[in-house]
Design a protein around this ligand. Structure first.
Ligand code: H2U
Ligand code: ZN
Length: 338
């Protein structure tokens, strides 16, 4: 691989990023983050997601034993927003948009994370995600269901209780539109973009982090975030509901193992945003769409130094120092013990 500055194509979005392999050793005198020593109780009487507690707007979180889903009390989208449109000379353009926002508690235990949950409990979360996708897809105006998680204060999570979110939109969001265009245009090559990409990565091997029977985790060739990963099913699936029981167990296993590696990398509960990209739900067939999950962690070289997307990256294009190959090597070298 190149040892000099170069640019790489993100095949999934069509966007370029800069890679500067020679720059890893630059000194850092900028912001360092506080390392929160997390000693959490299994139940927190002040947590709105713990079983039996009251939430911020007075709703009651019931006693629950496994994953629990509720409508977000402060949803960014609302199911009854009016259909409005503004188009002033093609310059001031706006559209009303409906949506449904939900919160998924992964576990009743306040102190757990994905990497600390037993595989059977993560499998239950996978089944819950799948049911939610199916359930929301049946609503005729829902065109996309995005399941995601912000973990850690650094990524803006509002609460340490293990949880994620679901936003079901009337319109397909930007990142999904870009990936759809790329996957669609790639079919001119005769196959699926991510099936072919996975095959190329397995053959190369340098960016593969973990494999099990049905899933592979790799640092994508075009990763922007230092320890960004892509979770791919070996078989071509457009969304979770078509995964069989063994494939779901495999997904739960690989998510748990990845989370443990992340936590062990810098010895902290590793912050990230992760999300599942599944085919849109507008009733159209998307044979080109390949189910996958992205993990975008902000940490760069230690628990206290994060990557900022600023300057050239905001104004030009993303740039990274540590190469995807060396990030993958470090994630391979780290233990999976919890
Ligand atoms: P984040 O940690 O990623 O912010 O997700 C938590 C969500 O929980 C957040 O979107 C919602 C917030 O609106 N929430 C409730 O629905 N009810 C509450 O009582 C507090 C927080
Ligand atoms: Zn809690």
């Amino acid at each position: 691989m190149f040892t000099s500055p170069h640019r790489r194509l993100n095949r999934l979005t069509g966007e370029w990023l800069l890679v500067s392999p020679h720059r890893t050793e630059r000194p850092w005198q900028g912001q360092v983050e506080d390392v929160a020593i997390e000693q959490r109780p299994p139940y927190d009487p002040d947590c709105y997601l713990c079983p039996g507690n009251e939430r911020a707007r007075g709703a009651h979180t019931p006693s629950y034993a496994a994953a629990y889903v509720f409508d977000n009390d402060f949803g960014a989208l609302l199911p009854d927003s009016p259909t409005e449109r503004l188009d002033h000379k093609g310059l001031l353009v706006a559209e009303g948009e409906r949506g449904i926002c939900r919160v998924v508690c992964y576990s009743p235990h306040h102190d757990l994370t994905l990497g600390q949950m037993p595989p059977a409990a993560i499998r239950h979360v996978v089944d819950t995600w799948s049911e939610q996708y199916t359930d929301l897809a049946t609503i005729d105006w829902v065109r996309n269901v995005l399941i995601f998680e912000n973990r850690g204060a650094m990524m803006g999570a509002s609460n340490p209780h293990p949880h994620g979110q679901i936003w079901a939109n009337e319109l397909i969001p930007n990142e999904v539109v870009k990936e759809l265009d790329q996957q669609r245009s790639y079919t001119a090559h005769g196959g699926c973009l991510l099936c072919d990409y996975l095959e190329a990565e397995i053959q190369d091997g340098r960016r593969v982090v973990i494999e099990n029977d049905h899933f592979v985790v790799l640092v994508p060739f075009w990763a922007v975030w230092p320890f960004e990963t892509l979770v791919l099913p070996r078989a071509h699936h457009g969304a979770l509901p078509t995964l069989d029981s063994a494939q779901r167990d495999s997904l739960a296993d690989i998510l748990c193992r990845l989370a443990r590696r992340y936590d062990n990398l810098f010895g902290v509960s590793f912050p990230y945003s992760m999300g599942l990209h599944q085919q849109p739900t507008d009733g159209v067939a998307y044979p080109e769409w390949h189910l996958h999950a992205h993990f975008y962690p902000p940490l760069l070289r230690s628990a206290t130094v994060r990557k900022f997307m600023v300057g050239y990256e905001l104004l030009g294009q993303p740039q990274r120092d540590i190469t995807p190959e060396s990030a993958a090597q470090r994630l391979r070298d780290v233990s999976e013990r919890s």
